[in-house]
Ligand binder design. Structure first.
Ligand code: AMP
Length: 415
């Protein structure tokens, strides 16, 4: 049997109803491959980036396992822990759980920095089924005795490579050391640097490996081009590019927070509905910006790489790299914001004389040169009609057989 629609996995009715509400018909490749393993109680190493549907790939089986195994959380404890690198991602994962779990009775809680800890402490008193947390605040609350980790049965590490980039891996190790060894663990990462391979071998037990090539999910389906120009020309060119109406929902990436503010100010002066999102903004301001962007009242969001992690907004028409990232992988992360879940998108990069080596590194990574757009009036990078027509649901894939077995593997014994 192949799993070409969600009913093939053996999810309970209440989950299937939530998926129908969301109009998800076809599992994405990472879902088709990861869900059977996770339902089966196996550990999983998932190589997949944002935009592939990875959040549903781990939250759906988690919800199913929690309800089918039954049980209640102990006070101050959780049954499942999802660790994420950023606050935005924490809120987005929580949103997914709310969506997919809307017909089931599971409690979920978010613990993250940047907001008062009191509500989080209160929420944890009764215990929670699923805790979504950033590492720093979670460790604070554990150290203050407000949260216990010793009864957690499921662990997900999401965007592990970002946790590494942001210097959180030591915290992750501290947290994992406090968890029971008898648990099911899934680790997701877009890339697999040596340190993540090492971490995976420490936290996973005979994991199944599921890899979704980033080329097929993002790079190949995105129309990419580069403008070679002087630094001083960038702002004016950006304003030109944003003029057409069909450039409708755009993320502009800058390298620095100040750069993001400056670009946003300039666009604002041009009468463009714009907001900036970066680490110096309060949590509230970031949420406001994201909500405005989602609802369409803000057409252009200017973001730094870290702030943009996990931004999950559908229908992004263009990603514009005002400055190229230092790490070529960030380019793939950035442009993956457009072309979500199988739709096509457009990515335009600016490259000044100081950024040529970054451009070369990117082209090496994606294994082809970016199309160069000449000076003069812009037009080439406008959306192509064929692209628009092809927008829609995810591509069909070759799914794997579903395993219906629900028992967890015996295996790991507590040390
Ligand atoms: P993620 O990779 O988890 O950030 O998900 C990317 C986007 O794809 C999100 O907006 C999801 O709502 C959407 N999505 C996830 N799975 C599916 C699916 N099977 N069908 C359609 N959209 C999906």
């Amino acid at each position: 049997m192949t799993v070409s629609d969600f009913s093939g996995f053996g999810f309970c009715r209440r989950i299937l109803r939530a998926l129908e509400d969301e109009r998800y018909h076809t599992p994405t490749p990472v879902q088709a491959r990861a869900i059977p393993y996770l339902l089966d109680g196996e550990d999983l190493l998932g190589l997949a980036q944002t935009g592939t549907g990875k959040t549903a790939a781990f939250t759906l089986p988690l919800i199913e396992n929690l309800i089918s195994h039954g049980g209640k959380p102990s006070p101050n404890a959780m049954r499942a822990l999802i660790l994420v690198p950023t606050r935005e991602l924490a809120l987005q994962v929580a949103d997914s759980i709310k969506t997919y779990g809307r017909h089931v009775r599971l409690r979920h809680t978010v613990i993250m920095g940047g907001v008062s800890q009191r509500a989080q402490v209160n929420a944890m008193r009764r215990g929670t089924d699923i805790l979504i947390a950033t590492t720093g605040r979670l460790l604070d609350l554990v150290n203050q005795g407000h949260v216990r980790l010793d009864t957690c049965e499921y662990l997900v590490l999401d965007e592990a490579d970002r946790m590494l980039d942001m210097g959180f891996i030591r915290d992750v190790r501290k947290i994992v050391a406090m968890l029971p060894r008898e648990r099911q663990t899934a680790l997701f990462s877009a890339t697999m640097p040596k340190e993540i391979g090492q971490l995976a071998s420490e936290v996973l037990d005979q994991p199944r490996r599921v890899e979704v090539a980033s080329k097929t999910v993002a790079v190949d389906r995105i129309d990419q081009c580069v403008h070679h120009l002087d630094t001083a020309q960038k702002r004016e060119r950006l304003v030109e590019l944003l003029a057409p109406e069909d450039v409708s929902r755009v993320i502009v990436f800058t390298r620095t927070k100040r750069g993001a503010d400056n670009v946003a100010k300039r666009l604002n002066r041009e009468g463009i509905n714009v907001d900036a999102i970066h680490g110096n903004k309060s949590q509230n301001a970031r949420q406001r910006a994201l909500q405005g962007f989602r609802s369409g009242s803000i057409r252009v969001l200017v973001a730094t790489d870290i702030a943009a992690r996990g931004i999950d907004v559908d229908g992004i028409s263009h990603v514009i790299n005002f400055e190229l990232p230092h790490e070529p992988e960030s380019y793939v992360h950035r442009i993956g914001r457009t072309a979500r879940a199988g739709a096509d998108g457009i990515a335009i990069s600016f490259c000044d004389a100081s950024e040529r080596s970054q451009l070369r590194a990117i082209e090496r990574l994606i294994k082809h040169p970016l199309r160069v757009v000449g000076d003069g009036p812009v037009g080439d990078e406008r959306p192509r009609p064929a692209n628009n027509q092809r927008r829609g649901g995810p591509k069909r894939h070759s799914p794997r057989p579903a395993k219906r077995r629900r028992t967890r593997r015996p295996g790991r014994q507590a040390a």
